[in-house]
Design a protein around this ligand. Structure first.
Ligand code: TYD
Length: 133
């Protein structure tokens, strides 16, 4: 459910000349990372996402700037504002997500548990609700 999708604090190696956050497979992430991608150059006012996944789990990081994730499990909706590169939103399996309010120059970094597969997407909300019911 959306209640299981937590914002986790990541370690931060602090230094006068800047910070480093490290994510290592099997240590800092509760799934094996198979794929990394990032959203950038998102025009103001754009909305992305608008789909569910059957199996995919993701760690979502606001590497720069901010945006809002709307999570939906067919029963409850939750809005999560991300603006901190030392935090990650863990989206669990079977969740519908929408993304909005991208700040200018923002970068949405995604660590994913599966390779890209269109068959893992649920593109229509109507189909998502059927799957959850
Ligand atoms: P999609 O996941 O629908 O975008 P968003 O949720 O950010 O709005 O992906 C947009 C397009 O990019 C879609 O046609 C599939 C393609 N794509 C890949 O080919 N590989 C990938 O790993 C991802 C994430 C998307």
């Amino acid at each position: 459910s959306v209640e299981d999708c937590e914002v986790v604090s990541l370690q931060k190696i602090k230094n006068n000349s800047g910070n480093i956050t490290v994510l290592e497979n099997n240590f800092d992430i509760p799934f094996e990372v198979k794929r990394i991608y990032y959203l950038y150059d998102v025009p103001m006012g754009s909305e992305r996402g608008g789909h569910g996944h059957y199996e995919l789990e993701q760690y979502i990081i606001a590497a720069s700037g901010s945006f809002t994730f709307i999570l939906d499990d067919g029963t409850n909706r939750r809005e999560i504002f991300l603006n901190n590169p030392s935090q990650a939103l863990h989206i669990k399996q079977g969740i519908w997500r929408e993304i909005s309010n991208f700040s200018s120059g923002s970068i949405c970094l995604v660590l994913a548990s599966q390779n890209y597969s269109e068959s893992d997407y649920i593109r229509k909300y109507e189909d998502y609700l059927k799957y959850r019911s």
